[in-house]
Design a protein around this ligand. Sequence first.
Ligand SMILES: Nc1ncnc2c1ncn2[C@@H]1O[C@H](COP(=O)(O)OP(=O)(O)OP(=O)(O)O)[C@@H](O)[C@H]1O
Ligand SMILES: [Mg+2]
Length: 432
Amino acid sequence: MTRVDNEICRRVEMMIRRKAFWSSEDLDEMSVEEMRQIIHELRWHQKVHDAELSAAQADLDAVLALAEANNQLAQQIEERKHVEQAIQVERNKFRSILDAMPDGVYIVNQQYDIEYTNPVVEKEFGQVNGRKCYAYLHDRTEICSWCKNQDVFSGKSVQWEWHSLKTGKIYHRIDTPLFNLSGTISKLQIFYDITNRKQAEKELREYEKQLRNLSYQLLTAQETERGRIARELHDELGGALAVLKLRIGFIEKNIQSDQTTIREECKQTRQYIDEIINNVHRLSRDLSPSILEDIGLTPALKWYIDNFARHYKVKVVADIEPIDNLIQKDHQIMVYRTVQEALTNIGKHAYANNIVIRVRIGGDSISFFVEDDGRGFDVETLSAIKSSEKGLGLASMKERAKMLGGSLHLSSEKGKGTRIGFSVPLTKGNIV
Ligand SMILES: Nc1ncnc2c1ncn2[C@@H]1O[C@H](COP(=O)(O)OP(=O)(O)OP(=O)(O)O)[C@@H](O)[C@H]1O
Ligand SMILES: [Mg+2]
């Protein structure tokens, strides 16, 4: 203390220590000037004390803030540990799932480094030994031209067929992005061997081709046979019936005029033979529509439809565009037969009052449509019946439509009639 003398200093310290101001002795001993100095000194002391106090308070606040921050950090670290543990558990689960998968699974980063392979991949392609994916899987020294990285790293999943030259097998492959915690993306690839399935599909396609070929030959043979029977019916039976009619006519003429009963019998027999001849001609035409060759597909269809309407006494609305010059000759019979079967089914099963038939030329195909308002049927029930136990009509219609390069669509419901449609593409095989 330099500003006051030692006596003042001593008194001030004493006062501070005993936390009390003047005693009665002090008042007796001290001058007013001394007291003023002591008060001044005490104020100065108080200021110093206050400043020290606020500094201590600030220090204390800083320490408390630090402790709080420390505490929060410790909590965060604890939470992060929990999250990391949870992530690790999930990762382990994910890895165990991938390890146990029967499909090949591997993960590649954007630098083509393999981050994970499951046992199936290793069994199929061996150990990775630090190789890049293109070297490991494809024995290449540079990235593959077919690599799906661009799509996958932009967030898309890609499915494709991979024919591996290394294993000689065909795989179905799914490449999908895997978003890492670090913010990077890896590529997860799953593949499974479809070589056998592909082979089976190829064989099936081959069988189908053979079957179609066989059906074609069968239907062609059927047409030839029908033609032969139709000709025999027409020429042999029709001819024999004509001779029989002539003979009965001859007998009729030579019967004595009084034998009226026999004469009448002959007349009726001749009329009956006429009926049989008409039926034989109809049968013969149905069996082999020579009319198709004589007058062409469109008139033949119209003729058949007219006859059908007359025979079954149903109302038919036919809207048929001329198509003769569009379909080649040997395919015309298939079209004719398909429409014929649709109508035969209506005649046999539908009990319809109205039929609508439309033949329209579209951009690149001709479409055929036959609809009746008959009793209809349940398509699903019919499909469930074994093919050996049901008719052949619908099946042969479908087969013919396929042979023509199109397909047949059928819809029917009990009590609500039946609709059948098929189209013939105007492609090289069909057109004239
Ligand atoms: N227009 C139709 N109206 C009602 N039922 C129909 C019609 N067309 C087909 N069906 C039903 O579908 C079944 C199968 O027809 P599909 O032509 O295949 O055989 P089918 O006529 O019985 O015999 P097939 O044609 O071999 O002489 C028929 O038995 C009939 O029950
Ligand atoms: Mg039928």
